[in-house]
Design a protein around this ligand. Sequence first.
Ligand code: GRG
Length: 294
Amino acid sequence: MYAGERVAIDAALERACDTIVAEAPPALADAIRYALEAKGKRLRPILCVAAYRATRSGAEHEAIYDVAAAIELIHTYSLVHDDLPCMDDDDLRRGRPTTHRVFGTAPAAVAGAALIPHACACLEVAGRALGLDDSERATLVRELARAAGGGGMVGGQLLDLEAEGSTLDIGKLQDIHRRKTGALFEASLRIGGVAARASTEAVDALGECGRMLGLAFQITDDLLDETGQSAVLGKTAGRDREREKATFPRLLGVTVAQERAEDAAAQAIDALERAGIDDTALRALVRFAVERDR
Ligand code: GRG
């Protein structure tokens, strides 16, 4: 799906990688390149590009791919850190040994961290190429920082780790995943809208779509962890049960969890329709979040 967009996003990631590693010590440069080259689905940057296309009025500018790549830099860092021994301690990611298994824990931790400042720089430079003014470029960076920070992904990660082995109610589980997974999806769509100079209403609708898509995506992720196979997923299946994690299927049962994912996907599409955003690609991407097998 979206093969052309994936190629353009991978090219933007390669450009970003060249800049990041330019002054890095060789061992660090290798670890950074290894992490960025791995074949992820690129769903967050694809969503960003789709949101931009759905709401822009002028001609499309190729710098949108650099904007989108900045989001993937943050996502990739989060995966590298998530796999570390002090976090999920995993061996397999994107069909290959995890970065710390190849390069060691300290180089992997530093390689992940090196992506964070560069994501901000990448957004600033790409925003300039898109012709955005100071305030619009600051908004891009703020959106990403908020999603990745304590109220978003990083905070959600700590709550998730703290909850291991304990019983959670569905409200708490949803709150953890709204931060840990949902916030970056929400920001991906909002950033696409801001880059397109969409109205505040349209950006908010894109954000709501991303929030609900993020929930649908996470429930599906939990279902795939229960029922999928490592070779297809490219990461270790059954990890949640092993680590005694509360998940949507464990709390609700598989059938109800599937219904909740469908319901969240429907709400994601409703959010777009209420704002008059009628876009086939965005609707297809919402469906992909629940229908995927990896
Ligand atoms: C160490 C300061 C510090 C913070 C850690 C590790 C971390 C911050 C946050 C983790 C957040 C995280 C890993 C969320 C997981 C979300 C998720 C379901 C990831 C899988 O996404 P896919 O399926 O992966 O889109 P691909 O490989 O396709 O990109």
